[in-house]
Design a protein around this ligand. Structure first.
Ligand code: GLN
Length: 173
């Protein structure tokens, strides 16, 4: 696949390494002209982990919110981890998130400490959001203690944990 990674802040480089190793063509999106280079939009968009408040501000300041929102609305595959899930959630900490597209309500900083912790052996939670409720079109892919931690709505897949860090960790073993 041709994958555009939103590379404004956070662990975009780990997502890039992971997806490149899996054989995908990967580039970084930092400016509006990176969204569809040569007029070719990506097959998949990645919203990495990091700090959602900073990422949300940069999306707006760098004029990426609108073109990326249009791609998501057009049905591009989306992979969102942690802060990426927060960006896409329609409700964050009890408030409406105007840019949100994913029908979930999240609470920020619900799981894990700053330096991260392995939970369940294969899922890494780093100050991760909890998914408190999901809408009728949202499928739960994975749970922790009875709460959803990975969800899918159409072409959007979103994770509270960090699959890219598990990949990086396993590769170092
Ligand atoms: N705590 C961060 C936030 O609220 C998310 C943490 C992460 O992406 N690992 O945006």
């Amino acid at each position: 696949m041709r994958v555009g990674v939103v590379a404004l802040q956070g662990d975009f480089a780990e997502h890039e390494s992971w997806l490149r190793a899996a054989g995908h063509e990967v580039w970084e999106i930092r400016r509006p002209q990176d969204v569809a280079p040569g007029g070719r939009p990506p097959d998949m968009l990645v919203f990495p982990g990091g700090e959602s408040t900073v990422q949300r501000k940069l999306l707006a300041d760098l004029e990426l919110a609108e073109p990326l929102g249009e791609l998501v609305d057009g049905g591009v595959e989306v992979l969102a981890t942690c802060a990426g899930l927060i960006l896409l959630a329609k409700q964050v900490d009890g408030r409406d998130n105007p840019w949100g597209r994913l029908d979930v309500s999240v609470r920020r900083n619900a799981y894990g400490r700053q330096l991260g912790s392995f939970v369940g052996g294969d899922r890494v939670f780093i100050r991760a959001p909890a998914i408190e409720s999901v809408g009728p079109t949202v499928e739960v892919l994975s749970e922790l203690d009875g709460k959803p931690v990975a969800v899918r709505q159409g072409a959007i897949r979103a994770y509270c944990y960090h699959p890219e860090l598990v990949w990086a960790h396993n590769r170092r073993l």
